[in-house]
Design a protein around this ligand. Structure first.
Ligand code: ADP
Ligand code: ADP
Length: 231
């Protein structure tokens, strides 16, 4: 599903340059559930930005669901983002004044899905995350955990090849965070591929594999031995 080879990213600001990724190799197969860990500054955000087609590598190859990403131009990248990637953020990034249903419909509007179909698929996605009874609530009327579930429904709705989640439980209390992880586990059991950044080891124990970065390199990559199932 994801294959990166010798991936390098160098940020240049004037005469100063920082090598944020130093030749990273990694594969993620369909159906995996991977945590990315590592201290601040180790390259996690840089990697996620590249995996999410928000930024390009300075060198190396990135293949996502059969597409050679490093060969694409910006408008092709935008298309890949919308079609193949579902994003979940720490701060939810919903529009506060529109309903849960409309928030989930948004990515389908960009994809040109007709309105009836949009509504049907948005309802299905919200039901999948247990929010079938909150369709007409504005996101400002929902709790943090519920907002994150709306964001997950929005991420799912174009049937992406992978869900990329950046500290998805970072703004939630333990109970809501565990509910989010339970939803991710259930989606993963249904075949959804998930790559998630977290700095909490307890959260990583709910995934299947932990890849640890330090100074722009992978220093450890191992399967979780006793994945804690939450549901
Ligand atoms: P993490 O997400 O693990 O905290 P980052 O990927 O944000 O790590 O950063 C990796 C390194 O790259 C750090 O040294 C950081 O300061 C640097 N960096 C990240 N983004 C930029 C940027 N836009 N310009 C310059 N340096 C950057
Ligand atoms: P995170 O909290 O996910 O680790 P960071 O705090 O490392 O994120 O980075 C937040 C944003 O700032 C990112 O978009 C990153 O690219 C940018 N950034 C990080 N370090 C630098 C830097 N030294 N110069 C410019 N931008 C940076």
């Amino acid at each position: 599903m994801i294959k990166i080879e010798n991936l390098k990213k160098i940020y240049k600001n004037g005469s100063v340059s920082v090598e944020a990724l130093k030749g990273v190799n990694m594969e993620v197969n369909q159906g995996e559930f991977v945590s990315i860990m590592g201290p601040s500054g180790s390259g996690k955000s840089t990697l996620m930005n590249i995996l999410g087609c928000l930024d390009k590598p300075s060198q190396g190859r990135y293949e996502l669901d059969g597409e050679k990403i490093e060969e694409l131009n910006d408008s092709q990248l935008a298309g890949i983002r919308n079609k193949k990637i579902g994003f979940v953020f720490q701060s939810f990034n919903l529009l506060p004044r529109i309903t849960a249903l409309k928030n989930v419909e948004l990515p389908m509007m960009y994809a040109g899905v007709p309105s009836k179909e949009r509504r049907k698929r948005a309802i299905e996605a919200l039901e999948r995350v247990g929010l079938g009874d909150r369709l007409e609530h504005k996101s400002s009327e929902l709790s943090g955990g519920q907002r994150q579930r709306v964001a997950i429904a929005r991420a799912l709705v174009n049937q992406p090849a992978v869900i990329l989640a950046d500290e998805p439980t970072g703004n939630l209390d333990t109970k809501s965070g565990d509910e989010i992880m339970a939803i991710f586990q259930r989606l993963n059991e249904e075949g959804v591929t998930i790559v998630m950044v977290t700095h909490e080891p307890e959260i990583a124990q709910h995934t299947k594999r932990v890849v640890t970065f330090r100074d722009g390199e992978i220093i450890e990559d191992k399967f979780v031995e006793n994945q804690i199932i939450l549901h």
